[in-house]
Design a binder for this molecule. Structure first.
Ligand code: DCP
Ligand code: CA
Ligand code: CA
Length: 356
């Protein structure tokens, strides 16, 4: 029997902040952009559970959060620190794994089949892991355990916060069936609406649907939906997690502040990067632009997508947006660069492989 667990850190960025600022514990706290007294742009990256009680959520405009809860604690984002904590957590998680696949900064799948001979053993090991993460690192996490990745992931959502949930193979279908269709792994907001309009309100509705109809409506995605709704997922925990990057840089013949010329260069480089990425069969999650000014000052700006993408067009889009957002108007540029990073091996038509 396969046994797979998904470890996901609870309210990760704020939990990291609580660790170094214990005084904010138990108070509503948010990591995100500066709310600037309700005038701030940007969003809430995450909120602790005390803040979630007031409706504060990841992705919510920061000014809105501020209107709802002025006296919450608003903290700026410190990625380097969260990365450092993430590395510590992942190193520990790895020691419990036959196979280890990190899928985002705060989340990893592990295959524990050869170490845990049955459900009880799996539970016991994961309890120990959870305790160790708490004792050695000081952070709370939630763990889902099942016989495949899909159900392990959804079990971990159920276990939140600070819990463990085991869903046995013969319980998986029942476990999933009551969930709203939007909770099914890989179903985003748009897809949820489409599915609901077709009358599939719960995962159970999808599981009972005629697969032929689903494939007619949604092509290969329909088949995947049907399998997922029925708790079936054969995909393996992918050990060969690679982090690498592909980039291009261009130095202008003469320093320029001409937006047209610069974005044209960005688009061309994005296209090249996209082609190279395709050739290598990878997907990216982070787009970075490099701006070097006439005075040789250099500026790197990145954006992380919420999903992994293989779309070259998206590189150009994000890179141009970054340029428009961060380039100082009128400043002349000597050089501009585009880079994509944070790859996972791209396995064919895997539209639902958006774990992060
Ligand atoms: N994050 C982000 N942008 C988002 C969502 C999340 O930058 N739209 C960041 C902040 C989170 C971290 O990624 O702390 C992990 O995201 P999760 O979705 O796992 O959410 P949390 O860990 O914050 O909360 P939960 O306890 O629900 O897992
Ligand atoms: Ca999390
Ligand atoms: Ca996560």
């Amino acid at each position: 029997m396969r046994l797979i667990a998904l470890i996901d850190m609870d309210y990760f960025f704020v939990a990291c902040e609580e660790l170094r600022h214990p005084e904010i514990k138990s108070r509503p706290a948010v990591v995100g952009s500066d709310p600037k007294q309700g005038e701030g742009r940007g969003v809430v990256m995450t909120a602790n559970y005390a803040a979630r009680k007031f409706g504060l959520r990841s992705g919510m405009p920061i000014y809105l959060a501020y209107r709802i809860k002025k006296d919450a604690i608003y903290l700026p984002v410190d990625f380097d620190y969260y990365e450092e904590m993430s590395k510590k957590v992942m190193a520990l998680v790895k020691t419990y794994a036959d196979k280890f696949e990190q899928v985002s900064i705060d989340e990893a799948f592990i295959d524990i089949s050869s170490r845990a001979k049955d459900y009880d053993a799996a539970l016991e090991q994961m309890r120990k892991l959870k305790q160790e993460v708490k004792d050695k690192i000081g952070l709370p996490c939630s763990i889902g355990i099942s016989t495949n990745k899909l159900v392990a992931k959804m079990a971990s959502d159920d276990a939140k916060p600070d819990g463990i949930k085991l869903v046995k193979e013969d319980e998986a279908k029942e476990f999933l069936s009551k969930k709203p269709v939007g909770d099914l792994y890989g179903v985003g907001r748009k897809m949820r609406k489409v599915l609901e309009d077709f009358g599939y309100k719960s995962v159970g509705d999808l599981a009972k649907a005629n697969p032929v109809v689903l494939v007619e409506r949604f092509k290969s995605y329909g088949a995947e939906l049907y399998n997922y709704a029925n708790g079936r997922d054969e995909s393996e925990v992918q050990e060969n997690w690679e982090v690498k990057s592909i980039g291009r840089e261009r130095t202008f013949e003469r320093d320029t502040s001409d937006r047209y010329e610069i974005t044209k260069a960005i688009r061309e480089m994005s296209k090249e990067v996209g082609e190279e990425m395709k050739r290598q069969g990878f997907a990216f999650k982070v787009v970075t632009i490099k701006l070097r000014y006439s005075n040789f000052e250099e500026n790197l700006k990145s954006r992380s997508l919420t999903h992994r993408s293989v779309d070259p067009e998206e590189i150009a889009q994000v890179a141009t947006q970054l340029f428009d957002k961060y380039a100082e108007t009128g400043e002349e540029l000597r050089k501009v660069g585009v880079r994509v990073s944070n790859f996972a091996k791209y396995k064919g038509q895997k539209r639902m492989a958006e774990y992060a």
